[in-house]
Design a protein. Sequence first.
Length: 90
Amino acid sequence: MPKRQSGNKKNKQSNFAKLSIFQPNKYKFKKSCPLSVKGAPKIDYKNIKLLKRYMSENGKILPSRITNVSQKKQRELSLSIKRARNLALL
């Protein structure tokens, strides 16, 4: 009997893995980058108000998965934040 139970556990785990990992998420939607839309502010090291929005309270740069910033704009943003830090603006 113990062999039968271990076989059932294996099947249950594999079914669960199939359901959770390999099924596509139907409810995913793409958010637009707030810095790529028309009328968005230009990323510059002198624009402290904009840079502070993309930094944590501790002064760390927030990741793009939280801020929904595109990869290109995230690179510009991090470079501007680092420049502002270097010039003691932040």
